[in-house]
Design a protein around this ligand. Structure first.
Ligand code: GBH
Length: 482
C-alpha cells in the first residue's frame, strides 16, 4: 500500500477566529461586537454561553504559538477582531488592539509560521450594527477603512490576507434565519447584506493593494454549498441549481465574474428590487483574487417542494436549528431539504469527503487559473479525556484523513489546491452552540483553560512532518508531546 504524499510547497496550517478563542472582551480598549450583544441575549446560544473568556487566547498567545510550533505548522489562519482595532467601527486605530495582533504576528514569524489574517470573521462592531449593519452600504465603506488601517500596521509581516470569512453565514444566518448575530429575520436585509459584504470585500481588496502593492496576497473565504438533487428528475435538479445560485453564485458571480446571476435576481424579485447595487459596484467587487479560500464540512440534499410547506420546515443551514421558523434559504420557498444519510458529526452534519472532491473539481473546471486553499475543514465529536489523560479522537482523525485524501484526489485530477488548514487549532466558542461542540485538535479545559493535545494533534503533526497521509490507525499509539 502506498501512502499518499503532498509536495514540498503544499502549505500545512490550522485555523481559528478571534471571537471564538480570544476572550478578554473588555480588555485592550476593545469595543463591543454583535456577538457580545447576541450571546448575552437570553435564548440565543446553547447554555447562554458567551465569548467572554473563550479559550483565553488573548492572555496565552505565547503558549498557543508554542503549540503551533510544536505541531510543525507552516501557517496559522487567525482573524482580527475589528472592535479591537476600531472600538466603534470607524475613526483612528486603537493602538492596544494593533499591538495585540502585532505581537501575535511577531511570535508567529519567530516560530517560522506564516501569518494568514482574516479581517472579518463575524465580529462586527456593535456601533455599526446600530447604524444598520451589513444591510447598509456605509458598513462596506467602513470595512475598507479598517482594512487600510490594519494593512498599514501589519502589512509588512502578514503573509496572506483574507477579507471575509463565509459571507453566506454573515448574510443569511445573521439577517435571515437569525441564528447568528445580529439575529435579524428580514429577507430583504439579508440580500442587501450579501451585496454590501461583496462590496466590502472588493473595497477592502483594493485598500490592501493600495497600501501593500499589487502583489499583496488577497483572498476571500467562502463556504460553498455542495448540494445534491434527490433525483435526476428535472424539477429536483432545478431545485439544486436554485440553491447553488443563492448560496454560491451570489458570491462567485460578482467576485470572480463581475455579475450577479440572473436567477437570483428573478427568484428574489418579490423581496427586493436590488436597487442597493449601484453603477460601478460590480467592477469594484470584481478584484483579482490571489487564491480562493474554501471551507468545507458536509453536503446537503434537496428536491422540488410538492404541495404546502410545513411550518418549521426543517430546512438546514439554520446551523442545526432545524425547526427554526425562519429559513436562511431566501428565495427558495419551493425547495425542500432532505436529511442526508450518515455518518454524521456531533453537529449533525453528514460526513461526505466526495463532496469536497466534487467541489474542487467544479472550481477547477470553472476557474482553471484560480489557486485554491482549504481554509477550514474539520469536525466536532464528543471527545472524552480517558483515564490515561489522553483524548483519543479516532473519528476526528478519520475525518481529517479522509478529507485530505479527497484533496489529494482532486489535486491528482488537476485541482490547484495549495494548502490545508484544519478547523480548529483548539476547542473554542462554537457560535450558537457555545462550548458544547468541540472542533479542536487541541482540547481546552474550560475550567482550568489548560490545553491538551488530542490524538488528532499528534497525528496531524506526523502528517505535516512527513508531508504524507499517515494511516489514521496509528494516531492512538503516537507518543505524547511535551
Ligand atoms: C465555519 O462555519 C466557521 O467559519 C467557523 O467559525 C465555525 O466554527 C466552523 O465552521 C464550524 O461550524 O447547517 O445542516 O445545512 C461553517 C458554517 C457549516 C454552515 C455547514 C452551513 C451546512 C450544514 N457552515 N452548514 S447545515
Amino acid at each position: 500500500m502506498t501512502v499518499r504524499t503532498f509536495p514540498a510547497d503544499f502549505l500545512w496550517g490550522a485555523a481559528t477566529a478571534s471571537y471564538q478563542i480570544e476572550g478578554a472582551v473588555h480588555e485592550g480598549g476593545r469595543g463591543p461586537s454583535i456577538w457580545d450583544t447576541f450571546s448575552r441575549t437570553p435564548g440565543k446560544t446553547l447554555g447562554g454561553d458567551t465569548g467572554d473568556v473563550a479559550a483565553d487566547h488573548y492572555h496565552r498567545v505565547a503558549e498557543d504559538v508554542g503549540h503551533m510550533k510544536e505541531l510543525g505548522l507552516e501557517a496559522y489562519r487567525f482573524s482580527i477582531a475589528w472592535p479591537r482595532i476600531q472600538p466603534t467601527g470607524s475613526g483612528p486605530a486603537n493602538p492596544e488592539g494593533l499591538a495585540f495582533y502585532s505581537r501575535l504576528v511577531d511570535e508567529l514569524l519567530a516560530a517560522g509560521i506564516r501569518p494568514v489574517a482574516t479581517l472579518y470573521h463575524w465580529d462586527l462592531p456593535q456601533a455599526l450594527e446600530d447604524a444598520g449593519g451589513w444591510a447598509v452600504r456605509e458598513t462596506a465603506e467602513r470595512f475598507a477603512e479598517y482594512a487600510r488601517v490594519v494593512a498599514e500596521a501589519l502589512g509588512d509581516r502578514v503573509w496572506m490576507w483574507t477579507t471575509l470569512n463565509e459571507p453566506w453565514c454573515s448574510a443569511f444566518l445573521g439577517y435571515a434565519s437569525g441564528v447568528h448575530a445580529p439575529g435579524r429575520t428580514d429577507d430583504a436585509a439579508a440580500l442587501a447584506a450579501v451585496h454590501h459584504l461583496n462590496l466590502g470585500h472588493g473595497l477592502a481588496a483594493r485598500a490592501l493593494r493600495d497600501v501593500l502593492g499589487d502583489d499583496a496576497r488577497v483572498s476571500l473565504t467562502l463556504n460553498l454549498h455542495v448540494t445534491r438533487a434527490a433525483t435526476d428528475g428535472p424539477e429536483d435538479v432545478d431545485a439544486k441549481h436554485q440553491v447553488d445560485a443563492i448560496a454560491n453564485e451570489v458570491f462567485l458571480g460578482p467576485v470572480l465574474e463581475g455579475a450577479y446571476p440572473e436567477r437570483v435576481l428573478a427568484e428574489t424579485a418579490h423581496l427586493t428590487d436590488w436597487s442597493f447595487v449601484r453603477d460601478g459596484d460590480l467592477e469594484l467587487i470584481h478584484q483579482p483574487l490571489t487564491v480562493l479560500g474554501v471551507n468545507y464540512y458536509s453536503t446537503g440534499r434537496v428536491r422540488r417542494l410538492q404541495g404546502e410547506r410545513p411550518v418549521g420546515d426543517g430546512s438546514p443551514g439554520a446551523d442545526g436549528h432545524r425547526s427554526s421558523a425562519h429559513s436562511p434559504w431566501v428565495g427558495c420557498d419551493r425547495v425542500e431539504w432532505l436529511p442526508q444519510p450518515g455518518p454524521h458529526t456531533a453537529m449533525g452534519w453528514n460526513i461526505e469527503p466526495q463532496g469536497l472532491v466534487d467541489l474542487l473539481l467544479e472550481l477547477r473546471d470553472r476557474y482553471p487559473s484560480l489557486p485554491l486553499v482549504i481554509t477550514e475543514n474539520g469536525a466536532a465529536f464528543e471527545d472524552e479525556v480517558s483515564p490515561d489523560g489522553r483524548v483519543h479522537d479516532p473519528a476526528r482523525v478519520r475525518y481529517v484523513a479522509d478529507h485530505l485524501e479527497a484533496v489529494g484526489r482532486a489535486r491528482d485530477a488537476g485541482a490547484d489546491v495549495r494548502g490545508y488548514f484544519v478547523w480548529s487549532l483548539m476547542d473554542n466558542f462554537e457560535w450558537a452552540y457555545g462550548y458544547d461542540r468541540r472542533f479542536g485538535i487541541i482540547r481546552v479545559d474550560y475550567e482550568t483553560l489548560e490545553r491538551t493535545w488530542k490524538d488528532s494533534a499528534l497525528w496531524y503533526r506526523e502528517v505535516v512532518r512527513t508531508r504524507s497521509l499517515v494511516p489514521a490507525e496509528q494516531a492512538a499509539s503516537l507518543a505524547p508531546v511535551g
